[in-house]
Design a protein around this ligand. Sequence first.
Ligand code: 5RP
Length: 254
Amino acid sequence: MTTTPIDTRNDQDRAKLAAGRFAAEKYCFDGARLGLGSGTTSHYFVRALAEKVRDGLQVVGVPTSNGTRDLALELGITLVDLDDIDQLDVCIDGPDEIDPDGSMIKGGGACLLWEKLVARTSAKMVVVADHTKAVPTLGRFPLPVEIVQFSWGTTTRAVRGLLGEHGYPADLGIARRERGGSPVVTDNGNFIIDVQLGTARDVSELTVELNEIPGVVENGFFVGIADEVVFGWPDGSAQDYGFPLDLPLQQPTR
Ligand code: 5RP
C-alpha cells in the first residue's frame, strides 16, 4: 500500500480529514503508545498526529502496513516494534463498513492482518471514519479474506463451501483482488479474495470459522474490537460515538 496524498476536494475526503484530526486531538496524550491505522482516513490521522509531534507531543507508534510505516517515518513519528510492547494504549484505524454494534468489515486496503494484530494488542480501539461508513448491516462492501498464494483456488473453494453451509448462495461472487491485471499481494506476501456477501449474517461465527480453513490467514470481519468511533462530516465537524450507534447518525451541531 502506498502513502495517501492529502486531498480535500470532495465531501467524503473532507469528512475523513475531520475524523482524523478529531482523533489526534482527543486520543493522543503525552507518552501514548499508538496503533497507526491504514487507509486514507487513518493517514489523515497520522498527518494530524505528526503536527502534534512537531509541537512537542511524545508518542510512539506501531504501523499497520508498510504504507503507514513509510508515511509515519517521513513525518517524523517514532515507530517501535509490536513485539517490544505488551500493550498499546490506543489503536486508531478506519473501517470499510461499521454496523450499530461496532462490528466492521476492514481490509479494503489489503492491510487487515496487521490491522487486526495491532487492534487486538491495544487497550482501546478507536475507529475513524467519514459518516458514510455507518451501515445498518454489514456486507455490501465485499469481505476481504487474506489467503496464502499456494493453492489459492482450493482455499477459495473451501471458503465458498463454508459460506454455503451458512446458507449463502452457491454462486456467491468471490474474486481474487487484482490491480493493473496482476493479483494484489499483501505486505505479508499473500493474496486477497473479496467475497460479495450482500447482506452479512452469522458474522461472529464466520469470523472464527473462516480462519479455521487451511490457507486462510485472516478475514476482514472485526467483531468485538472497536470501543468507540469518530465520524467526520463534510463541513469539517466530527464527533465520537459509543455503541450501539443510533442510525441514521445525528450530525453534531456546531
Ligand atoms: C485497510 C483498511 C482501511 O482502514 C479501510 O479500507 C478504510 O479506508 P479509508 O479510510 O481509505 O476509507 O481496512 O486495509
